[in-house]
Design a binder for this molecule. Sequence first.
Ligand code: F0G
Length: 373
Amino acid sequence: MERYNGLIDKYRDRLPAGAGTKIVSLNEGNTPLIELETLPRLIRKNVRIYGKFEGLNPTGSFKDRGMTMAVTKAVESGAKAIICASTGNTSAAAAAYAARAGIACFVLIPEGKIALGKLSQAMMHGSVVIQIRGNFDDGMRLVQEVARTTPVNIVNSINPYRLQGQKTIAFEVIEALPDAPDYHALPVGNAGNITAHWIGYSEAVCENTRACAFCAGKCSFHRAKIATRRPIMLGYQASGAAPILRGRPVENPETVATAIRIGNPVSWQQAVAAQQESGGWFGECTDGEILHVQKLLAQTEGVFCEPASAISLAGVLKDLELGKIGEGSTIVCTLTGHGLKDPDTAIAQSAKPLTVDAERAEIERVIRENLKT
Ligand code: F0G
């Protein structure tokens, strides 16, 4: 079998990378599609639910898919520095890929509002970490302003190469199932990822002659038709940061799912287009619902994702209960980031460790008290 060398190498014919392009990669992509075995039984529904576990990418989130493409193209164009605003994961990925490429990286993060693991990554990979007294939306505005006055290349998802890399998740889901699922659910923050999923699914049903809504026939990547259909797209936002559901920007977004603490998504219009074209919908979940499902997934399936990621499953469980998603459906939830990204939130909602004397009798007592009967 051929060695896996990352998603640009694998999908080069469907990505903007020529034969001469020098790829900057950490072997991202190729993440597992894990079928949830216990949850459908628990909720007594005849459905197949899969988690596409993006937490197993090199920096622990789906951002690596877009970053390999964005940094590859930045280096190809001669850029010496990249910049992004971030709620954490983009900064971790940008820092790692910049280190790999040997270029400078500047990241703007909202002070005190990013998870500890993500901050440690941006710092450890040697990026210049700029904490702003403001939120993600302020950071997004600032990077666009400074990109006009300084020699930095923006690697937020307004960089079209990011979405090109991220679309490959759809190809992987199709290969694993092996067709598009009935539903694909995911968290929506800055709304780039739902846009990228839809580009990928649209290209997957394209036969070269048919133009999808995004390329209007101009895209040269539509080749092999690898799926017979596209899924219904479900986008979920945290109740305290749900601009798309409210129909207007949220000035002071707040949620425990800091990754999606965003009030004015850059790809708002594209996300709505994906939802409408697919016949899908947006939904919201409270912080309580998000944390409950994050823990449920960790404790019933052994899959530890971060709070923002759990909203995809939380939303699906709610919509199954409401009957909006029917029996017999196949559903894929993108689990966008690893639970280890945010150890503070995990520890805060878990049972505290027991402290005992270093004696056999003590350990035996604890075992007896805690055995599952
Ligand atoms: N899940 C996680 C774990 C994320 O980090 C993000 C976005 C999303 C979901 C939402 O994806 O923005 O494409 O709609 N994180 C960005 C960041 C904003 O800076 O890391 P989206």
